[in-house]
Design a protein around this ligand. Structure first.
Ligand code: G3D
Ligand code: MG
Length: 335
């Protein structure tokens, strides 16, 4: 093995241990020995992104895509970084490259179409969905295209406000955090970002309609899933940095998961001030095995003046409501 590869592997190990600064040092050393080491740029970008150093991360991904214009993972991460900054046009340029590299990938066209749809670029959205349908006639692009076509012709384009918000999903292990995100984000499911560092960012764009009373709001959630951390003592503070809201989840079949909710709140508040939170008592489909009741949940939530829901990632109960509630709470800060 070449020395730069050994250094790169060291960097990967540091990422796994969540020692992001050390990881960056190793990637830098590897890059000193091999200036064209695109993987090292990409992984260094991951570490920087986790540390909230989005601009520097963006530089790394840009170097990686310059070194290899067909480096699809780097384009995908660059897209995520642009979305974090709210640079939609730059994100679209990344998607253009992804569909150039993978012209037969239905998912890539659906992703691009969904972003276009949410940006109210309906004609471009239709073109993307047509591509997806060309690859797979039963594609979900069929329904999406209908949706885009409804807006073309007749409908005057309304003004919209665009916002991007980072939210974290917290709670003890196995309460259903990842399942809730999967249930919620069924259309655009991008869980490939940052898989090397035990965090996943999933994006979801929603439109909050005000029926002409004021501009509609296109809200992009960047949902950070705290993967692999079993309790609040093990979470790296960078996960919380820049978070503007959170969902704190417990499992109705295990009372101890309810009891640790306040600690999750405290550990978030310590880094991200008093951002809006919604409490979720998940697995509500398992009523027979419930270890606490609605009052216990309300009491815990009332202590922090936090809204609460009983949800089920399995049946979908209250999942949309939970996310739209945190969405509306986030917007209160904008008005
Ligand atoms: P986590 O991300 O909080 O660690 P996961 O939790 O989303 O990985 O879920 C942990 C387990 O709980 C999974 O079971 C998942 O299927 C299950 N689960 C999540 N939400 C619900 C729910 O609402 N109802 C029921 N009945 N089960 C749920 P496995 O067996 O795959 O580990
Ligand atoms: Mg999980």
């Amino acid at each position: 093995m070449e020395e730069y590869e050994a250094l790169y592997n060291k960097g990967l190990e540091m990422l796994k241990l969540k020692k992001y600064d050390d990881a960056i040092l190793y990637f830098n050393k590897a890059l000193e020995l091999n200036k064209r080491y695109k993987e090292a740029y990409e992984k260094k970008g991951d570490a920087l992104l986790t540390l909230g150093r989005t601009d520097e991360a963006l530089n790394c991904f840009t170097v990686a895509t310059n070194l290899d214009p067909d480096y699809v993972e780097a384009w995908e991460k660059k897209e995520a970084a642009h979305l974090l900054r709210g640079d939609y046009d730059d994100a679209i340029k990344c998607l253009d490259n992804i569909t150039r590299i993978k012209p037969d990938d239905e998912r890539a066209w659906l992703d691009k179409g969904s972003l276009m749809l949410n940006l109210h670029r309906f004609r471009s959205a239709v073109e993307c969905f047509d591509k997806a349908i060309g690859i797979n006639p039963n594609s979900e692009g069929v329904v999406k295209k209908e949706e885009a076509l409804k807006h073309i012709g007749g409908v005057t384009k309304r003004e919209v406000t665009r916002l991007i918000k980072k939210i974290c999903i917290l709670g003890d292990g196995a309460v259903g955090k990842t399942s809730l995100i999967r249930r919620y984000v069924h259309d655009v499911f991008d869980d490939k970002y940052l898989s090397t560092i035990g965090a996943k960012i999933t994006k979801k764009v929603i439109t909050l309609k005000y029926h002409g009373a004021k501009p509609d709001v296109v809200l992009t959630f960047m949902i950070w899933d705290i993967a692999g951390q079993k309790d609040y003592n093990n979470v790296h503070p960078t996960y919380y940095q820049g978070a503007e809201g959170a969902l704190v989840v417990c499992d109705i079949t295990r009372k101890e998961t309810l009891e640790s909710m306040s600690q999750w709140v405290e550990s978030l508040y310590a880094v991200a001030n008093k951002v809006p939170i919604v409490f979720l008592a998940n697995k509500s489909d398992l009523k027979m095995q419930a270890a606490f009741n609605e009052n216990d949940m309300k009491n815990t939530a009332a202590r922090f003046k936090i809204p609460s829901f009983f949800t089920s990632a399995k049946t979908g109960q209250n999942v949309e409501e939970a996310f739209s509630t945190i969405g509306r709470e986030l917007l209160k800060g904008e008005e």
